[in-house]
Design a protein around this ligand. Structure first.
Ligand code: ADP
Ligand code: ASP
Ligand code: MG
Length: 810
């Protein structure tokens, strides 16, 4: 004997029913086929039970009847009068029950299981029409169950006795409605929602089946619910224990009670796809063949977390037992328990729907203790979810739990309770319900996906922003080869933004942005993140806006990693700079700003490495302005000051108004950031800034007016250069951090200074430290321009991709 079970999703329409008939037709030996109700019928029947008005009641019943009649017609069964009689009987019985003044649980069981009978009658007629030898048995006659009427548990010994007494004679194919059973006294009861899987396992047990197959709409058990994780990996095999844990922790593909009866007789279970019967599915059997591994991540929604705390728990024996016994006596099932080692608090998870009742029960049981202050008022957190990682690999591999928790915290998700299954084949956390899907995606990515994803939100699309976008698209195929999916999900300027959760297309983003009429705000970013659609969300600030930089703390709080070319935050008040770094650390986010100094040159990284490895930096000297370096270079080659500024400006190497460069403020900001990275607490006001121009030069008026006045100082600069040259020196605009002194100024440097030869827009930084002394460590190269700045940002962005390890599932 073999037992097959077809779920509601396999019976949704005539085409699917024919497919089911086809699969059954392939069976050569005696087969028992357990059927669910046609998809969604049980939900409608549930509404039927609870509906208060006769119009709703009628219309629900009519809609179910109409659908079944339509199916019968499409299957060519319209003239089957026996079928019609059977269907009518079911509807009549439901109407009669609904007319009762009050529905008992057993009446509800009859109504809710009607869908299973309807689908059995339809398939029976179809198989008979196809000429198969087929009969139907009533599961109520064989499966005896106890416990809550609508969520009962089979009594195996009694069921077996009944089965043996009745000794049913078998046809080739035998249909049985799933979900339904009877109590010892013969009243109808249910095996719990989704319980037809359990029915199939029970019939397998009763018939000593050689195999049980559950046919559904997916090709087996995947490492995550395929509705949540696209292309989730299919698991070819797993142990009973693993399947049970996955099902228990919410993988809807299997009812949690299914495994137990199969396990008792070592009956193998296969999950198969009705719509892809050739796929081999997932085989679930007693022992593992092959490596222990991680099998999947699943989640249970609609959970409530209760926290009982107080001195009573520490001071009395059996206090925990009393809590759980009280709840068990009232049939409240506890899904997860976590107790603090101080024994001062116990928190446990139950279903949301049972929360009010549980609270009431506990409050009355512990009324005295609460009144006397020995227990605190019971704390309740509703709308939680349990996310679990399952696999026997948890037992033998080190660091799995750590990776699991880390993956979740990378999503900025707060973990409220942790529990490890006693079998050590699962570990679970309780988190806010709305974050469960994202948590599953993150955990899946951590354990099963060698492909890493990072979603970019780019603010500012001037020269640097556009260049970064260009580089990201240009690098796509290289990144894909490295298993990295880097998607640009949002681009914004100060007026509009365009976003797409699946990543913007290179060909679309510009038009999308032009056509958009929406301005980006903090609230919109927060809503986007809350949707849970984004993985490793990383915000890149390509603006130089102070307004944007003032929101960095909010962005990090929301859960963004932050990469910025904008110097405003790090060169603002020291307290804000420090706050951002601390916040990023606390929230497990990255805050990266390598391009703040020297564009793409690895300046801050180098300083960090030196300090971390124990070196002491006492002086940093640098040419930190590409524009000033270019202007001075031109003058060294013989151009006058005004010619050099004009040329540099016309090449686009200065700010639109060259006064922004010539004044030295930009360089001062960079120096401040450098000094802070070295570890000193400076403010911008601590820096002595000497602009390039003499202090009495008139800086007023428009850019043009200012530019026209420049020849007035040509002579002054020519003289300065001549004097420097006569000493074998040259002029450089230098930022210097020397012990406690911070200064930016024009200086005459000798040929032995490493900065002497820096020109043509290059930046250079000489770091003098304990190890690098007297010859400094020098970094030199282009330190400005959209290309190198964007490349620096790109490098920072890629740092947000977590370090990948080999896939650890089998
Ligand atoms: P049936 O109607 O056949 O009983 P269900 O809807 O009860 O089908 O169960 C199948 C569904 O379970 C799949 O469509 C899938 O969305 C969901 N599911 C949840 N977790 C998993 C998982 N880990 N692997 C496969 N399917 C899963
Ligand atoms: N029809 C029932 C339900 O929807 C049982 C099942 O499908 O397994 O819960
Ligand atoms: Mg199901």
């Amino acid at each position: 004997m073999k037992v097959l079970k077809f779920g509601g999703s396999s019976l949704a329409d005539a085409q699917s029913m024919l497919q089911v008939a086809d699969i059954i037709g392939q069976e050569r030996n005696n087969t028992l086929v357990v059927l669910s109700a046609i998809a969604n019928t049980t939900n409608e029947l549930q509404l039927f039970c609870t509906s208060q008005t006769s119009t709703t009641t009628e219309s629900i019943l009519e809609s179910i009847a109409r659908y079944h009649a339509k199916l019968a017609a499409e299957l060519g069964l319209s003239n089957d009068s026996l079928l019609k009689q059977k269907l009518d009987f079911v509807f009549q019985q439901m109407q009669e029950l609904k007319a009762k003044p009050e529905l008992g649980d057993s009446d509800i069981a009859v109504i809710l299981s009607a869908g299973e009978y309807l689908s059995c009658y339809l398939l029976l007629a179809l198989l008979q029409k196809q000429g198969m030898s087929v009969a139907m048995i009533d599961s109520k006659d064989y499966i005896v169950a106890e416990g809550a009427t609508l969520d009962s548990r089979a009594e195996l010994t009694r069921s077996m006795r009944k089965w043996q007494e009745a000794a049913p004679t078998f046809s080739h194919i035998n249909l049985a409605p799933g979900f339904i059973a009877a109590t010892q006294s013969g009243d109808a009861c249910l095996l719990g929602r989704n319980g037809s899987d359990y029915s199939a396992a029970l019939f397998s047990y009763l018939t000593d089946a050689q195999a049980c197959e559950i046919w559904t709409d997916v090709s087996g058990i995947h490492a995550a619910d395929p509705r949540i994780v696209e292309n989730a990996k299919l698991m070819p095999s797993m142990t009973y224990q693993e399947a049970m844990e996955l099902a228990h922790h919410g993988a809807k593909v299997l009812h949690p009670k299914t495994i137990f009866p199969l396990q008792l007789k070592s009956i193998p279970l296969r999950i198969k796809n009705t719509f892809a019967p050739a796929d081999s599915g997932t085989l679930i059997q007693p022992l593992h063949h092959g490596q222990d591994s991680i099998k999947g991540v699943s989640y249970q929604p609609d959970i409530c977390l209760l926290n009982v705390s107080g001195a009573y728990l520490r001071n009395s024996y059996g206090s925990a037992a009393r809590i759980f016994e009280t709840l068990a006596a009232k049939h409240i099932s506890i899904i997860l328990i976590s107790q603090s080692s101080s024994e001062y608090s116990i928190c446990f998870a139950i279903r949301n729907s049972e929360c009010k009742r549980a609270l009431h029960i506990l409050n009355s049981e512990f009324e005295n203790e609460i009144r006397q202050g020995q227990l605190n008022p019971i704390q309740v957190d509703k709308s939680r979810a349990i996310v679990s990682l399952v696999g026997q690999g948890l037992k033998n591999r080190k660091g799995v739990a750590y990776k699991f928790l880390q993956a979740i915290s990378h999503g900025n998700i707060n973990i409220e309770a942790i529990a490890q299954g006693s079998s050590e084949s699962s570990i679970s956390v309780v988190i806010k319900g709305e974050q469960a899907k994202q948590a599953c995606q993150l955990v899946y990515a951590e354990f099963f996906n060698r492909r890493q994803r990072l979603d970019l939100f780019i603010i500012g699309c001037g020269n640097v922003g556009q260049e970064l976008i260009r580089q990201v698209y240009a690098q796509q195929s290289f990144l894909q080869d490295k298993n990295i999916a880097l998607r640009i999900c949002l681009v914004a300027n100060s007026k509009r933004y365009v976003s797409c959760k699946d990543g913007l297309l290179e060909s679309d983003w510009q038009t999308g942005l032009q056509q958009s009429s929406n301005t980006l705000s903090k609230e919109i970013l927060s809503q986007l993140l809350a949707s849970g659609d984004y993985i490793n969300p990383t915000l890149v600030d390509c603006t130089c806006s102070e307004k944007v930089s003032e929101q960095y703390a909010d962005y990090i709080e929301m859960g963004f990693n932050l990469v910025t070319a904008n110097k405003k935050a790090n060169s603002g008040p020291y307290s804000y700079y420090q706050q951002l770094k601390m916040l990023a650390h606390q929230k497990f986010r990255k805050y990266l700003y390598e391009t703040n100094v020297g564009a793409g040159l690895p300046v801050l990284k180098t300083i960090d490495s030196l300090i971390t490895s124990g070196d002491a930096i006492h002086r940093v000297e640098g040419i930190l302005s590409g524009s000033l370096s270019f202007i001075l270079g031109q003058m060294e080659e013989g151009k006058s000051f005004s010619e050099a500024v004009l040329e540099t400006k016309s090449l686009g190497f200065t700010e639109p108004d060259p006064r922004d460069d010539l004044g030295g403020m930009d360089v001062a900001r960079k120096l401040l950031i450098l000094a802070r990275e070295v570890g000193a607490q400076y403010e911008l006001s601590d820096i002595v800034i000497e602009g390039l121009l003499p202090s009495d030069f008139n800086l007023n008026g428009s850019t043009e007016e200012f530019m026209q006045r420049l020849p007035q100082v040509d002579h002054y600069f020519a003289e300065l250069f001549a004097r420097a040259k006569s000493n074998n020196e040259t002029l450089k605009y230098i930022a210097c951090f020397n012990d406690n002194k911070l200064e930016v100024s024009l200086q005459s440097v000798s040929q032995d200074n490493p900065l002497y030869s820096v020109k043509n827009g290059e930046n250079a930084i000489a770091i003098y430290s304990h190890y690098y002394s007297p010859i400094p460590l020098v970094l030199k190269g282009y330190g400005a321009g959209a290309k190198v700045t964007a490349a620096g940002l790109f490098a920072d962005v890629l740092q947000n991709i977590p370090h990948r390890e080999q896939e650890i599932s089998s």
